[in-house]
Design a binder for this molecule. Structure first.
Ligand code: NAD
Length: 337
C-alpha cells in the first residue's frame, strides 16, 4: 500500500522532503503540494511529483479525501494552525520543528491530541534518528559509562545571515539539542542559564556570539552547550557524555583522512543538510511505516511542547543573565513513556 501524502510549505525542506518521499522513502507518494506562493508549489511538484495537485491553501489540501497524511514544512509560526486542522480531520501529520512558535499553541495541540485518544502527530526532530546519537544512547542505556553526570556539547555553524537573531540561536539552533538530550537521557530540564564569552568579531553587529547555555535536569545532570554560529570553519556538532565510569563521545561522520605535505586532515562539512541527511531519510521512512502500522515512533507533540517551553526559558535567560526555572504542565497520561 502506498501512503498518499500532502505537503504544506514548498521551501527548502518542503522540497527536500518531497524529493525524499518520491525518490528515497518506500511506500509513499506526494499527491498534493501547496504554499502561500502557489507558483513555488507548482515548481516543486513539476520537479518531483508532476501528478500532484496544487490546492489553493493548506486547509484545502488537508481536506482532500485522497490525502491520508500531511507533512507541514511552512514557516514555524504557521505550523500550529495546520497541525490542529489535520487533527480535526483525524489525519496523521508530520510537522517539521517547531511544533509551534508559542508554547501555548503546543499545549493546545497536546490537549487536542490527548482528547482524541489517538497519536497522530510526529514532530520533525531528526537527531534521534542519527546513527551516532543512537549509538550513544544505546551505550548509555546499557550502563557502559555508569550513571550520567555531565554533558558537554557544541553546535557550531560557519556563519549566519542578517535575518538570524539572537533568539533564533535558541529557537532554531539550540532547539535540536533541547530535544535530543531529553530523548538521550530520558530526563527533563529544570533550569537554564546563558552566559556570553568574549564576542567574536566575525558576528554581525546585532548578534552576541558565541554563547554557552547551561541546563540542569531533574536527575541533576549538568549540560553545557556552546552555540557558536559564526565559527567560520564549518558545521560542527559535538557531544561528550561523562558518566561515573567513563566518557562517551558522539562519533563524527565518516570522512576520508588525507595525509599530504606533512599534514594529516579530513574534511568538515559546512551544510547542515549533509550532516544529518541519513537521519532525515530514516525519520521520514519511520513516519510512513508508523502511519501504516497505526503507531508513530518519533518525537511526540509532548516532546514538541517540552522543547518549546525550554526554548522560551532559554530566551528569557539570554535576557536576564540569571538561572531561570523551567516548569512544564503535567504530562497527560496519554504521553507516558
Ligand atoms: P523556507 O522559508 O525555505 O520555506 C518555507 C515555505 O513555507 C516558503 O516557501 C513559504 O512561502 C511557505 N509558507 C509560509 N507560510 C505559509 C503558509 N501559511 N501556508 C503555506 N506555505 C507557507 O523555510 P525552510 O528552511 O524550508 O523551513 C521550513 C520549516 O522547517 C521551519 O519551521 C524550519 O524550522 C523547519 N526546518 C527544520 C529542519 C530540521 O533540521 N529538522 C531543517 C530546516 C528547516
Amino acid at each position: 500500500m502506498t501512503l498518499k501524502i500532502g505537503v504544506i510549505g514548498a521551501g527548502a525542506i518542503g522540497e527536500d522532503h518531497t524529493r525524499r518521499c518520491m525518490q528515497v522513502v518506500s511506500g509513499a507518494e506526494i499527491v498534493a503540494i501547496t504554499d502561500v506562493n502557489l507558483a513555488r508549489a507548482r515548481e516543486v511538484a513539476d520537479k518531483y511529483a508532476p501528478d500532484a495537485k496544487v490546492p489553493e491553501s493548506g486547509e484545502a489540501l488537508i481536506a482532500l479525501p485522497e490525502v491520508e497524511a500531511i507533512i507541514v514544512t511552512s514557516w514555524g509560526g504557521t505550523h500550529a494552525q495546520y497541525v490542529l486542522e489535520a487533527l480535526k480531520h483525524g489525519k496523521y501529520v508530520f510537522c517539521e520543528k517547531p511544533l509551534a512558535t508559542e508554547a501555548e499553541d503546543c499545549r493546545k495541540i497536546v490537549e487536542t491530541e490527548a482528547a482524541l485518544g489517538r497519536r497522530l502527530v510526529q514532530v520533525g526532530f531528526m537527531r534521534p534518528y542519527d546513527s551516532g546519537y543512537r549509538a550513544l544512547k544505546k551505550l548509555i542505556d546499557a550502563g557502559e559509562i555508569g550513571e550520567v553526570l555531565m554533558v558537554h556539547a557544541a553546535h557550531r555553524n560557519a556563519r549566519v545571515g542578517e535575518n538570524y537573531t539572537i533568539q533564533m540561536s535558541v529557537t532554531d539552533t539550540l532547539v535540536h539539542e533541547l530535544d535530543v538530550f531529553r530523548w538521550m537521557l530520558a530526563d527533563d530540564y529544570v533550569s537554564a542559564q546563558v552566559v556570553f564569552p568574549r564576542r567574536t568579531s566575525k558576528a554581525l553587529p546585532h548578534m552576541r556570539d558565541p554563547q554557552i547555555i547551561m541546563l540542569e535536569t531533574r536527575k541533576g545532570i549538568r549540560i553545557d552547550v556552546e552555540v557558536f554560529v559564526n565559527c567560520q570553519y564549518g558545521y560542527d556538532i559535538k557531544c561528550a557524555v561523562v558518566g561515573e565510569l567513563g566518557e562517551a563521545i558522539l562519533p563524527l561522520p565518516a570522512a576520508v583522512e588525507v595525509r599530504k605535505s606533512a599534514k594529516q586532515s579530513c574534511e568538515i562539512m559546512t551544510d547542515w543538510k549533509d550532516r544529518f541527511i541519513a537521519a532525515y531519510d530514516v525519520e521520514l521512512q519511520d513516519f510512513v511505516d508508523g502511519v501504516k502500522a497505526g503507531k508513530l515512533n518519533g518525537a511526540t507533540s509532548w516532546d514538541g511542547y517540552c522543547a518549546s517551553v525550554a526554548a522560551d526559558v532559554c530566551v528569557k535567560a539570554q535576557e536576564s543573565g540569571r538561572i531561570e526555572p523551567i516548569t512544564m504542565m503535567d504530562r497527560p497520561a496519554f504521553y507516558d513513556r
